[in-house]
Design a protein around this ligand. Structure first.
Ligand code: GLN
Length: 445
């Protein structure tokens, strides 16, 4: 049995029955991380602490005190903008190189209470701005499927670490696609929960009206398990049965730009779901194409506020990278003078309209389906125009504006690189979309 290939669900069962020890698991993960250092998935590896926690978990198992801990001995990697007590938390920025929080983010505290072992802090785009992990002060993440390609961003280290078997689960954050997009590029499951479903206390965020902590895993069952622990909601297990449900495809999703491979795989996903007994209906989200711009105006404006405090605490911006500065400038411009009405207020109105359109589309069906990204993972250094980079969030950012839950599941490939399909649900519909994801993933096997 290759421990690092196990899912969290099967690993938790194997640990609890004594078949596998937490120390074995942690040792294997640390070995993998060490062996794959060129992938650059981690900014900090918590080797000593993880081994200590593994031994503590073993003692609990010996004493029979473990039965209610859903993640006992299961390794989880945590994006480096989520605080873990006593561990350097950099947001992949030189500005925070020496920041060590003294308490856990609420979500981390919940995982620890469930017995999870924090294996390390993952690489990301600086302050979570970016889609390729090329804006990290700690260097780019290299996609495990092809080391010359990006892993996506901003939670690239988390997605790639799960894909590489360096951890079983990972946490990321998603403001406009940062969990779903790297999940698609790395061939793993990435869940962005409903806005507000998970506490952000202890998360160094930028965009309070959209950002959510999200989950990266190999399967939908694992995403459900991690979501359940992180949110404190009890969830019924998935069965992957989608017969009789209705899925909407917005005609704008069909019109939007995508590579030939993505178009083919998307059609194939629709056909597979029909074959599984799903009713597929056409819907419309007329303002879909305005979503990405509205997202950039609003998220940049919010980020300026968030950054004011960080920058005031370090009276310099010299340590900030180019993309962060660009967003701060954008945020300042779109809220300045006449622009406030022309750009900021307009974007806020677009957001209201888009939200209403998604809700209307969802009123006649159980979920919406579209590609996660328009292309597969791009070559490192291959995209030099920020506009072009932002384009890869076109299917993702509008969902964030609407605050809806969405999951990217791996389905098919192009040039041997994974493609993700995004399933968008109603508010609090995490279980429903994960169940559809499970049905879809089962169909490929
Ligand atoms: N890629 C998007 C951006 O650059 C999303 C970022 C995020 O979700 N944190 O803004």
């Amino acid at each position: 049995m290759n421990i690092t290939d196990l899912t969290a669900v099967s690993l938790a069962a194997a640990i609890s029955s004594g078949e596998v020890t937490p120390t074995d698991v942690v040792t294997k993960c640390l070995g993998k991380i060490q062996g794959d250092r060129q992938l650059n998935n981690f900014i900090t590896v918590c080797a000593d602490q993880a081994l200590k926690e593994a031994q503590a978990a073993e003692r609990e198992i010996k004493n029979g005190k473990h039965t209610d801990k859903k993640l006992l001995g299961v390794p989880v990697a945590v994006k480096d903008n989520i605080c873990v007590a006593g561990v350097q938390t950099t947001c992949a920025s030189h500005l925070l190189y020496d920041y060590v929080p003294d308490s856990d983010a609420e979500v981390v505290a919940r995982l620890k209470r469930a017995g999870a072992i924090i294996i390390g802090k993952t690489n990301m785009d600086e302050f979570a701005f970016g889609s390729a992990n090329e804006y990290s002060a700690y260097g780019c993440v290299r996609n495990v499927r092809d080391n010359n390609r990006v892993a996506g961003g901003s939670s690239g280290g988390s997605a790639n670490a799960v894909a590489a078997g360096e951890t079983v689960l990972a946490l990321g954050t998603d403001t406009g696609g940062s969990v779903r997009q790297p999940a698609a590029f790395c061939g793993v499951v990435g869940l962005k929960p409903t806005y507000g479903a998970i506490s952000r206390q202890g998360v160094i965020g930028l965009c309070p009206s959209m950002e959510q902590v999200g989950m990266l895993s190999k399967t939908c069952d694992d995403a459900l398990l991690l979501f359940s622990v992180a949110s404190g909601q009890e969830m019924r297990a998935l069965d992957g049965n989608v017969r009789g449900i209705t899925i909407g495809i917005a005609k704008e999703f069909l019109q939007a730009e995508k590579s030939d491979g993505v178009a083919k795989v998307f059609n194939n996903a629709i056909e597979q779901l029909k074959a599984l007994g799903v009713n597929v209906v056409e819907v419309s989200i007329p303002s879909f194409f305005a979503g990405l711009s509205a997202y950039h105006v609003l998220s940049s404006a919010e980020a300026v506020n968030a950054f004011k405090k960080v920058v005031e605490a370090h009276p310099t911006t010299a340590l900030l990278g180019g993309e962060v500065k660009r967003r701060m400038l954008t945020g300042a411009v779109v809220t300045d003078g006449e622009n406030y009405d022309k750009l900021y207020v307009k974007a806020a109105k677009v957001r209201t309209v888009i939200t209403a359109e998604y809700l209307k589309a969802l009123s006649g069906c159980d979920a919406l389906l579209c590609p996660t990204t328009a292309t597969v993972a791009t070559p490192i250094g291959g995209i030099t125009d920020p506009q072009q980079e932002h384009m890869c969030d076109s299917y993702l950012a509008p969902v964030s504006l609407a605050g809806l839950p969405a999951v990217s599941v791996p389905f098919g490939s192009e040039f041997g690189l994974p493609i993700g399909i995004q399933i968008i649900g109603k508010r609090n519909g995490e279980r429903e979309i994960l169940n559809i994801g499970k049905g879809l993933m089962n169909a490929v096997r």
